[in-house]
Design a binder for this molecule. Structure first.
Ligand code: FES
Length: 120
C-alpha cells in the first residue's frame, strides 16, 4: 500500500509588535516537542517551519499537509491530538471485508434478499 507523503507545517513567524504571532507564543518550541512526540510514536513525519498562515490571532497554529487538519491555539497539552490525527492518516482503521461470493455470502447470512426464494 502506498504511503501518503505528509508533513506538519508549523508557523514560527515572530512579529514583535502589537499584532500577535505564533513565534512569539512559543511555536518553535512546540514544533520541537511535536517532532519528539511523533518519533516516540513511531511516526517519523517531518515538522517544517513556515512563515505565516494568515490566522495570527488564533495562534500558535500548525497544519497537517497536504490539505489536512488545521490546529489553532496550540499548546503542549494538545500535541497528542496532532499525533493521533497523523496516526489515523498513516494507519487508518481496517475496513471490514466485503464478501462478493454469493455462496459464501449466503452461508454467512449476508446475502441479498432478492436471492432468497420461498416455497409458498
Ligand atoms: S503568525 Fe502564525 S499564522 Fe500568522
Amino acid at each position: 500500500m502506498p504511503t501518503r507523503k505528509i508533513s506538519i507545517l508549523v508557523c514560527i513567524n515572530e512579529r514583535f509588535s502589537d499584532r500577535p504571532s505564533c513565534g512569539v507564543q512559543g511555536s518553535a518550541k512546540l514544533a520541537k516537542q511535536l517532532e519528539y512526540k511523533l518519533q516516540e510514536a513511531g511516526l517519523p513525519i517531518p515538522v517544517e517551519p513556515i512563515g505565516c498562515f494568515g490566522r495570527c490571532h488564533e495562534g500558535p497554529n500548525l497544519r497537517i499537509a497536504p490539505g489536512g487538519a488545521f490546529f489553532t491555539e496550540m499548546n503542549s497539552a494538545r500535541l497528542d491530538d496532532v499525533v493521533a490525527a497523523v496516526a489515523a492518516i498513516i494507519h487508518p482503521p481496517a475496513q471490514p471485508a466485503t464478501c462478493t461470493d454469493p455462496l459464501l455470502a449466503s452461508l454467512s447470512g449476508a446475502s441479498d434478499e432478492s436471492t432468497h426464494h420461498s416455497d409458498r
